[in-house]
Design a protein around this ligand. Sequence first.
Ligand SMILES: NC(=O)c1ccc[n+]([C@@H]2O[C@H](COP(=O)([O-])OP(=O)(O)OC[C@H]3O[C@@H](n4cnc5c(N)ncnc54)[C@H](OP(=O)(O)O)[C@@H]3O)[C@@H](O)[C@H]2O)c1
Length: 252
Amino acid sequence: MNKVEIGIIGGTGGIGKWFADFFTRTDHTVLVSGRTGGISVPELVTSCRIVIVAVPIAATLDVIRRAGPLLPEDALLMDLTSLKEEPVKAMLAATRAEVIGCHPLFGPDVPSPAGQNIVLCPARGNRWLGFLKGIFDENGARVRVTTPAEHDRMMALIQGLTHLDTILMGLTLRDSGVESSELDAFSTPIFRTKQAIAAKVFGPRPGLYAALLAENPNMPALLEIFKRNLALVEDLIQRGDAAGIEALLKKP
Ligand SMILES: NC(=O)c1ccc[n+]([C@@H]2O[C@H](COP(=O)([O-])OP(=O)(O)OC[C@H]3O[C@@H](n4cnc5c(N)ncnc54)[C@H](OP(=O)(O)O)[C@@H]3O)[C@@H](O)[C@H]2O)c1
């Protein structure tokens, strides 16, 4: 396809900047807007055929509502939010343009999309899906086209459960009364890997992880399963029943 003007709101940092660099490398014209840099949202929206919302989750719906009405019918409004049901619903309500929800399942630290998963949730129109899927496929990404509901159900398992586990580990370590400097001399490679993940979650951007847990409607049901299994394992530990734990691990 010929050069397309692509505007990224939130393209001055994080995953939005990663996409700005990617689309620039693939010969498209990219404009970016940020909170503190880049051009204004109205200027960006009126100059671009594809507008991508890549701001933190807490600001996403507001940005969609501001940008959506400015797009014409043959443009595309897309977001990169880590949850899909709410933003896709908001995009459909805010614009008459085509709508696709997108979730790159990687962070801005990966050098290229090769081998990475990307989920696309087409919600209105069919002009732009082929273009996006084509560009991601050509660059080696593994694209899954699905619904926002299916995406969010899977994200409860993939991101929700992972971060829940990390948060509980971090809170337990914090409450244990043992200083992390004391742990160093006793740590194993697996512990250090988990500690590094916990440091990221407890790091400078806790809002992302908080939203992934609190705003995914599938989390409460998953928590019930989690609590059931915790109670099961707790009972076996209290009784010192190693064989019972082993049997649980072997169960198909
Ligand atoms: N980071 C990831 O690994 C990742 C992966 C997949 C999907 N996502 C999703 O991508 C979206 C952006 O996440 P991120 O981690 O890239 O965020 P981020 O690094 O915190 O911010 C990215 C951009 O948003 C702008 N921004 C920050 N606060 C804003 C506000 N209140 N209003 C408007 N713009 C604002 C920033 O501008 P300034 O620099 O000027 O503040 C920057 O351009 C989220 O929905 C997240 O769920 C993130």
